[in-house]
Write a protein that binds this ligand. Structure first.
Ligand SMILES: Nc1nc2c(ncn2[C@@H]2O[C@H](COP(=O)(O)OP(=O)(O)OP(=O)(O)O)[C@@H](O)[C@H]2O)c(=O)[nH]1
Ligand SMILES: [Mg+2]
Length: 298
């Protein structure tokens, strides 16, 4: 049997979280069409006859962090490169190699971890274009493999898995067979609410949002009660999050509740509150309170 870690890295919005969800067959990581959706390291586990892969979803690589949250996110992404057994570097299906991609290549050159280049979103291109893309990228790094996939349409995933297992060490399973993720339910719940805020709010507001679960209680009758605070970083954002007559907050709440009920397979009572914590993205104490804390290596 084989078991090990596969880090999923790449620029923001290339489809890392979507791919991971489709690889394990369940939605654990939140996704959106906005860059910088994922903020922390999320592990999910796939157990097959061949062994166990622990996928590690990461925040997208950015060239320059604008605040401490951004610095934290970059630390998470760079930190996974050396720790993983294999790196899956996801790219858009394009021949263009930007500065951001070159910086990722530089970061990968500093580690000895094998790298699979994963050309994602191939549903958006014609088959004939693929060879040109492979040709443009193949010499950027000594890639072990180049694999085209579509995370969204779940195409090419078996081929990708076969490649991943090639680079995992022999060894016993790291998690028991039933384990799907290292994320506790409270954390998944807070992320689901943040996802709906990302999708339903426009402009710069969503990037300054954090969600904190104040209370999470499973009642004897099976119903789950959740109180959560939607934190925004400016007084002027609070009204936008609440919306006219509370409509926006209500929409965020009902969309989140639908997902939470599907996940918990039961009824959910969700209460949302909106709070302002000025410039929390640059406040070390608040970042720690919201779970964006650097974990010390043992
Ligand atoms: N057409 C197409 N769209 C995709 C595919 N994979 C992801 N997307 C879309 O791309 C957008 C970004 O997807 P995410 O999975 O959130 O991307 P990410 O790389 O995790 O983004 P960050 O967490 O912000 O770094 C979403 O709108 C997805 O629906 C794909 O294979 N094909
Ligand atoms: Mg993501």
């Amino acid at each position: 049997m084989k078991a090990g870690f596969a880090a999923i890295i790449g620029r923001p919005n290339v489809g890392k979280s979507t791919l991971m969800n489709h690889l394990i067959g369940q939605k654990i990581a939140i996704t959106s069409d906005r860059p910088q959706t994922t903020r922390s390291r999320i592990e999910t586990v796939l157990t097959t006859d061949a062994g166990q892969v622990i996928f590690v979803d990461t925040p997208g690589f950015i060239r320059k962090a604008n605040n401490r949250l951004g610095e934290y996110m970059m630390d998470v992404s760079v930190g996974t490169l050396a720790d993983a057994d294999v790196i899956l570097w996801l790219i858009e299906p394009s021949s263009y190699i930007g500065e951001g991609d070159r910086e990722i290549a530089e970061a990968i050159r500093k580690v000895t971890t094998p790298v699979i280049l994963v050309i994602n979103k191939t549903d958006l291109i014609k088959k004939e274009q693929l060879l040109g893309i492979i040709d443009a990228w193949k010499d950027l790094l000594p890639f072990q493999e180049i694999v085209p996939v579509s995370g969204l349409k779940a195409r090419g995933l078996d081929e990708l898995l076969t490649c991943v297992f090639r680079y995992l060490p022999e060894g016993p399973m790291l998690y028991d067979e039933e384990t799907l993720t290292d994320q506790p339910m409270r954390q998944i719940a807070s992320e689901i609410i943040r996802e709906k805020a990302l999708k339903l709010l426009s402009k710069e507001v969503p990037h300054g949002i954090a969600v904190v679960i104040d209370r999470y209680k499973v009642r004897d009758d099976g119903l789950t009660e959740i109180d959560a605070s939607v934190i925004c970083e400016k007084e002027s954002h609070k009204g936008i999050v609440i919306g006219k007559g509370g409509a926006k907050l209500k929409a965020i709440g009902s969309a989140a509740r639908r997902d939470l009920e599907a996940l918990t397979e039961g009824k959910v009572f969700l209460k949302l509150f909106v709070k302002v914590r000025k410039d929390w993205r640059d406040n070390e104490t608040l970042l720690r309170d919201y779970g964006y804390e650097k974990k010390k290596k043992p």
